[in-house]
Design a protein around this ligand. Sequence first.
Ligand code: FAD
Length: 482
Amino acid sequence: MSSVAPVQAAEVGEWAAETDVLVVGFGAAGASASIGAAAAGVAVHVVEAAGGWGGATVMAGGSLYLGGGTPVQKACGVEDTVEAMFAFLQAATGPDPDSAKLEVYCENSLEHFDWLVRCGVPFEAKLWTEPSWEAPTGYGLMYTGGENTYPFTEIAAPAPRGHVPHMTDKKPGERSAGWMLMSHLAETAEAAGARAHYDTRVRRLVVDGGRVVGAEVSRFGERSFVKARRGVVLSAGGFAANETMLAQHSPRLLGNFLVGTDGDDGTGIRLGQAVGAAVRHMDAGQTSFPADPALLYRSLLLDRRGQRFINEDSYAGRTGQAALFTQDRQIFLLYDEEANDEATASSGLPIEPTWVSDDLAELEGEMGLAPGALATTVGQYNAGAERGEDPVCHKSSRWVRPLRPPYGVLDLRGAQFGVFTTGGLHTSVRGEVLSLDGEPIPGLFAAGRTSSGIPAWGYCSGTSLGDSTFFGRRAGRTAAAT
Ligand SMILES: Cc1cc2nc3c(=O)[nH]c(=O)nc-3n(C[C@H](O)[C@H](O)[C@H](O)COP(=O)(O)OP(=O)(O)OC[C@H]3O[C@@H](n4cnc5c(N)ncnc54)[C@H](O)[C@@H]3O)c2cc1C
């Protein structure tokens, strides 16, 4: 990793460019920061290491976590309140949720929805209720955090809050609703006056007496300095592409596949740390479960002892976290023919079982489980399922049904999870980067996955883009007002 030690302003011979606010990275957070700052009437330069805007944002499903009674929710007949949204997120994004950020995020969610619409982001008022990572074209609202599943049904009135921008020709993971969101944000930022510089990478921050006053950038090997009169916003993504940082902070995320871009190399976080910034929840990460949610919900998810450890209808990122962080990825899915057929009909995805048998004892042998382990788990599950209940893990009755032979097993031991990091720089609700003493570092701001935000530890789909856009705007505004 190249050095990120800051440069003293006195050592800068010449400033190649000057601006009021310098934004680092042109993804969702950087675009929103640029809009926030430019709308305040100051000069904004946004530098992007890649050849164009987008970052991980353009690959995303595009779901934004919004609620409290948005026009989309109302049009879908969904009742929601700010209080229910807050109570849910407080429980779902912990341990150690950022309550101060959650409070402003929930209270201003309707205003943020309106802002996205003003940026041109189109939403579709149609509710999707099948288990899946992304809603198909034509659907604009879905449950994205397990709001209608245990234990959250006992904490807050459930409501779907995943708002998906409308897009017709989706190619999931490549050009999906995240691309649609980002194209509108980038357009709005440039229309507001933000000047973009591509193929330009920030290497080091420039400081003057404890204040961040600019940055050293490189473009095709040429280094120069950009002065930022009001401040620098770090919005350069997370660190899931940096194996050294993963090993240092969240080693369980190693050996999986990156949900993001090469730009997630942790530079933004390291730049902040190099000038004294504190970090939060560097071990946290979104971990997509490595099987189709439509099958997962209808199956029994088993640990290495053949026992269940979570209700399978949980949000699949939450199930992924449980499987990766608490089970060391040593997991199996057990299902029956009806589950297989229903899941295939729902998602269209083929299922390739590792083993198939009518006999649980035979499957136990294949799976290396103790004799009787599967019979006990399935017997207990079926006994409850006959009554439409799951007294062990509290799966919702919609998915509870006795499993019958023939059975299929997916051996997911060692399967790769899709991961990105959610830990990062400690920031205030205004987007200021905070020092180890909890004080704002003058001239330094951060947003998106460079910072720790709404997905403090637990994750719900939509909280990354929701947080990146919401706190990106605030960081840009605060920088402009400095
Ligand atoms: C397939 C997929 C699906 C997803 N679906 C969802 C979803 O539905 N909802 C949701 O909330 N989240 C989703 N996510 C996660 C979400 O897309 C990201 O967490 C989010 O886009 C992060 O935004 P950001 O602005 O922080 O970073 P990015 O969008 O990655 O932008 C950071 C930018 O900074 C640039 N950069 C890095 N270092 C430097 C440097 N030193 N100098 C200059 N530029 C630099 C990078 O090149 C990059 O363009 C998904 C991600 C993927 C990949």
